[in-house]
Design a protein around this ligand. Structure first.
Ligand code: 5GP
Ligand code: ZN
Length: 113
């Protein structure tokens, strides 16, 4: 069995608040949100870094980016949004299953820089 927490979230052995799911991609709320609605989007295949994604995996993930961003915009009503990805511990990666952060932004005092 995988030791990866995000693989466990995909297989349901760790609970998560689902935002979106299809055959290839899973999106869920971050457990320690930087702002209201902070969401993570992951490929269902376990890949550690951006360098490991096939073109097909990258395509399957990025083609749902506008849809997920729209759901977050409609649900939480931000006025802006950061999309970011950390690769490797020096870059801030703490979970080694590729993920894209969606961080809705509200105003200058929403706590995230
Ligand atoms: P990283 O630092 O690797 O770019 O981001 C990892 C993110 O995963 C962090 O924002 C952290 O809060 C989130 N995270 C870690 N463990 C869990 C978990 O068990 N459930 C959820 N929903 N998010 C998690
Ligand atoms: Zn994994």
């Amino acid at each position: 069995m995988s030791e990866c927490i995000f693989c466990k979230i995909i297989d349901g052995s760790i609970p998560s608040a689902k935002i979106y799911e299809d055959e290839h991609v899973y999106a869920f709320m971050d457990i320690q949100p930087l702002t209201k609605g902070h969401t993570l989007v992951i490929p269902k295949n376990h890949k550690e870094y951006v360098y490991d994604l096939s073109e097909e995996e990258a395509s399957n993930l990025f083609k749902v980016v506008p849809k997920i961003a729209s759901v977050l915009k409609e649900t939480f009503g931000p006025v802006g949004m950061n999309l970011l990805n950390n690769n490797g511990a020096p870059a801030g990666q703490s979970v080694f299953h590729f993920h894209l952060h969606f961080i809705p932004r509200y105003d200058q005092t929403d706590g995230f820089r």
